[in-house]
Design a protein around this ligand. Structure first.
Ligand SMILES: [Fe+2]
Length: 188
């Protein structure tokens, strides 16, 4: 691979951070991300690595952690529980895995909320997390097919789906998800 990163080592660390089901989910997201990257001629090594580590912070208790989380991390966890783990990656990755290229961390960090004007790598990880085969959403297959026609259309459908569910469950909505929805509604 073009990245000078030992994937077996990364997987061995990831296994210590995640339950088996989430570790397996991470492998599937990485695979889906790799396929999309191949289709769109995006760096497969970087995107599959971002897919692999996208949930690395998901089972860490930030409120009782020795890691150097800031007040900003804590505020996001408290106000937007669904997205906190994504933004904890800037601390978790260097603490457990070493130095990753910034675009890999960014692609992983935006996997939950999305945002406006994402890079192709960011779009791909956002989509791969939604379309991996074990996801039970009825829209999964349709969005998966759409993703190979247009990353932007797939991102919009996923943002729309997420907003619906958050509203339906009366949950807080991180503003970047709204930005994502509006941006891709306009350009899709
Ligand atoms: Fe995930």
């Amino acid at each position: 691979m073009s990245l000078n990163i030992d994937l077996d080592y990364i997987k061995s660390i990831l296994k210590t951070l995640l339950s088996d089901h989430r570790y397996d989910h991470s492998l599937r997201v990485s695979h889906e991300a790799c396929l999309l990257a191949q289709h769109y001629h995006v760096d497969m090594d970087k995107v599959s690595l971002a897919g692999l580590i996208h949930d690395a912070a998901k089972e860490i208790d930030v409120f009782n952690s020795h890691l150097a989380f800031t007040d900003d991390h804590i505020v996001i966890y408290k106000n937007y529980p669904a997205v906190g783990h994504a933004f904890a990656l800037d601390v978790v990755i260097p603490s457990y895995f070493g130095s990753f290229p910034d675009d890999v961390i960014q692609a992983a960090m935006w996997h939950t909320s999305g945002k406006e004007n994402m890079t192709d790598s960011e779009k791909i990880v956002f989509i791969a997390d939604f379309i991996e085969p074990q996801r039970a959403y009825p829209q999964r297959l349709e969005v998966s097919k759409l993703a190979y026609e247009s990353l932007e259309k797939a991102v919009f459908e996923i943002a729309s789906f997420k907003l619906h569910h958050l509203l339906n469950d009366r949950k807080s909505i991180y503003s970047k998800l709204v930005d994502c929805y509006n941006f891709y509604n306009y350009i899709k």
